[in-house]
Design a protein around this ligand. Structure first.
Ligand code: ADP
Ligand code: MG
Length: 224
């Protein structure tokens, strides 16, 4: 199997008053193309820190992350922004939709940086992505008109709109009821199986853990 992400001795500290919190104490991990992997651990164990570092949302104190053969922390800020935007989709626990924008406009956001696309091409891509998640009839609704599950589907459509190979999802079902959780998992699995999108997500959710190809347990900033 093709190796997609290689993490080597990754460390991250946060200053806290007079002390320092070691959020990640040296993580080594490999993610292969087509994986559907869950990171499982108690609150505070370092899941979000790890996902944010892989997504270049934050910088480590030590260690390396390779995406294929790109050493991502060697990229400058512009290159990182481009990498983040083109190669990775993000899904968050709280959906992170912009309330004053409608569904279509929210999904178009990752396309705005791509100056090669016309406005019509952006719209077409966003609608295609919304079709994929079953929300074509809601393009002009604002997020407050949608249920939690529908909002997370919009976020998934937004994550998909650049056709990324890799999606990072930080507790994607934490704010959803159990039925909606199943729907969202089914959708992510469909994208994994049919489009070959590699997923790495964090969860506490037993329902999700049953369905994944690999589980990684993390505790106090270390993989068990
Ligand atoms: P999880 O996502 O597993 O709940 P986090 O990665 O959010 O864990 O947090 C790991 C540790 O780092 C926790 O002790 C948390 O309090 C601390 N932490 C996370 N982000 C920050 C921050 N921005 N500043 C200070 N401490 C942080
Ligand atoms: Mg977290």
């Amino acid at each position: 199997m093709e190796q997609l992400i290689t993490i080597l001795k990754l460390k991250k500290k946060y200053p806290l008053g007079d002390t320092v919190i070691e959020a990640l104490k040296g993580i080594d991990l490999k993610i292969y193309k087509g994986d559907f992997t869950a990171i499982v651990g108690a609150s505070g164990s370092g899941k979000s820190t790890l996902l944010n570092l892989i997504g270049t949302i934050d910088d480590p104190d030590d260690g390396e992350v390779y995406f294929k053969d790109i050493n991502i922390f060697k990229l400058n800020e512009n290159e990182k922004a481009k990498f983040r935007n083109e190669k990775i989709g993000f899904i968050f626990q709280s959906f992170n939709l912009i309330p004053v924008l409608n569904v279509l406009e929210n999904v178009k956001i990752p396309l705005l940086l791509n100056k090669k696309l016309s406005e019509q091409q952006r719209t077409d891509k966003a609608i295609e992505s919304l079709e994929e998640v079953g929300l074509k009839d809601f393009v002009y609704s604002t997020p407050n008109k949608l249920s939690g599950g529908q909002r997370q589907r919009v976020a998934i459509a937004r994550a998909l709109v650049n056709n990324p190979e890799f999606i990072i999802a930080d507790e994607p079902t934490a704010n959803l009821d159990s039925k909606t959780t199943m729907n969202v998992i089914d959708l992510m699995l469909k994208l994994n199986k049919e489009k070959g999108v590699t997923f790495l997500f964090s969860t506490h959710d037993e329902k999700l853990m049953d369905r994944v190809s690999k589980i990684i347990h993390i505790k106090d900033g270390l993989i068990l």
